[in-house]
Design a protein around this ligand. Structure first.
Ligand SMILES: Cc1ncc(COP(=O)(O)O)c(C=O)c1O
Length: 459
């Protein structure tokens, strides 16, 4: 209830245009209103408790209700509520840039701040294009990303994103963003049945570069572990091969770590886990654990050099709220919590348990595959385990939206049912979870999928 006596859910139904939200469905079933959070849990406006199995949106890495982040925001707002990074600096941005440079591998030392992830991806693209123009390779403008990868929704980032349903209403998009195969070993057309991955997925990036003409390609943008398609982990040797390919053709490698950084995979950055050195890292989400909006690009010294040593020409790009002082202060407090509470260690310590809990779901009807790493896992659902036959779009809609989502939600777990590629249930709990919470996740999934399989059989 609002203080003037209105029901929040009804007000939300009337006035909120939800992101990727089926407004007509919301008119029918109501808008869930989340009121507060504490640790791994959130509570709705009726006081019901849920395990936040998606960390908000892969974001609340240190968990909910950390008062020290609010206190850091208040202190900074009292001292300097806003100032831009357009030819000025301020303490929180400077200290955060230094800290990120210290955490990032190799010579990734210069930070361009944004307000979120999509802006970070577009900024990396612009940095790459303008860098190449400055070093005498102005034809290099294209970018290679992977089918079904999600890199944001603004038109530049959407061009890089590879999800057909999201692109379709806005096409034609930039045709200088081309797509290569992803690393879905479960459904790989070339090696799903081979004893080991042949790295054809990595070689497909080389084929794309050659088809476009290497002299026109600026960057390859990849997540360490791809979200859409369902927690697509890189096969052994994948990133070493990709790095070789990028070096062979003088193309920059951008690691889009909007989800995979800040502990999600048990490391500060996903590229550390998979042992590769990118030329740029894009980040957002977990840098503040979502307590304030912030993102950015950490670029190598090599990319910044022509802007420092050259004729003084400027990166033609800027955002009013990029590196907002309050957000940077919150990020610094967030990194303090991560270090003090050994959040990365918590993920690493519990990984074997999470592995076995998730692997244990393979015997559940309809579970075709179980994948992921760190605190980011999926279960892929299939009609037939043997043939891997998937569901029709109509069946998917029924299974995910009518049966599984309400069942899981009513059991007190928030997770994502995703059919932007093959249907998967996605869990990415906050990084403070331990045995109790991870076991709860697996138990709820087992019960709900078993129930849904029964419903499907008698439908
Ligand atoms: C890998 C990746 N890149 C970019 C984005 C876009 O970030 P934002 O929603 O902050 O624009 C996302 C969002 O989930 C993402 O997962």
């Amino acid at each position: 209830m609002t203080t003037d006596g209105h029901d929040l859910a009804s007000l939300g139904q009337r006035h909120i245009w939800g992101h990727f939200t089926n407004l007509s469905l919301m008119q029918r079933i109501g808008l869930p209103v989340i009121e507060r959070g504490e640790g791994a849990y959130v509570y709705d406006a009726n006081g019901k408790k849920y395990l936040d199995g998606l960390s908000g949106l892969f974001t609340v890495n240190i968990g909910h209700g950390r008062t020290e982040l609010g206190a850091a925001a208040a202190r900074q707002a009292d001292t300097l509520g806003y100032f831009p990074l357009w030819s000025f600096g301020h303490e929180p941005a400077i200290l955060l840039a230094r800290r990120l440079a210290e955490l990032a591998p190799g010579d990734l030392n210069r930070v361009f701040f944004t307000s979120g992830g999509g802006e970070a991806v577009e900024s990396a693209w612009k940095i790459a294009v303008q860098y190449f123009a400055k070093v005498g390779q102005p034809k290099r403008r294209k970018v290679v990303s992977r089918h079904f990868a999600y890199h944001g929704t603004t038109l530049g980032a959407l061009s890089i994103s590879g999800i057909p349903a999201m692109r379709e209403p806005f096409e034609p998009l930039f045709d200088w963003a081309v797509k290569a195969n992803n690393t879905n070993r479960y459904r790989c057309s070339s090696c799903a049945n081979a004893p080991a991955c042949t790295l054809d997925c990595a070689d497909d990036i080389e084929r794309r570069i050659l088809a476009e003409g290497p002299e026109t390609v600026a960057a390859v943008i990849l997540e360490p572990m791809q979200n859409t398609g369902g927690a697509l982990t890189p096969p052994e040797g994948y990133f070493a091969r990709v790095r070789e390919i990028c070096d062979r053709y003088g193309v920059l490698l951008v690691s889009d770590e909007v989800i995979c950084a800040f502990g999600r995979l048990g490391h500060w950055f996903g590229c550390e886990r998979y042992g590769y050195q990118p030329d740029m890292i894009t980040f957002a989400k977990g840098v503040t654990s979502g307590y304030a909006p912030l993102g950015g690009v950490i670029a190598s010294d090599r990319l910044a050099a022509p802007f420092i040593e050259g004729d003084g020409s400027v990166l033609m790009h800027g955002l009013t709220f990029g590196g907002h002082p309050v957000s940077c202060a919150v990020a610094l407090a967030n990194l303090d919590v991560m270090e003090r509470d050994d959040i990365l260690g918590n993920v690493r310590r519990h990984e074997p348990l999470f592995d076995s809990l998730m692997e244990g779901l393979r015997d559940v009807p309809m579970v075709g595959d179980v994948r992921g790493a760190g605190y980011f896992r999926v279960v892929e659902l299939v009609k037939d385990k043997e043939s891997k036959e998937t569901f029709t779009p109509e069946e998917c809609n029924w299974l995910l939206r009518d049966v599984l989502s309400p069942r899981i939600f009513n059991s007190g777990l928030i997770c994502r049912a995703d059919d932007r590629a093959d249907p998967v249930l996605v869990v990415a709990p906050t990084l403070v979870c331990g045995e109790t919470e991870l076991t709860f996740v697996a138990d709820v999934l087992r019960e709900a999928i078993t129930y849904a399989a029964g419903q499907y059989a008698t439908r």
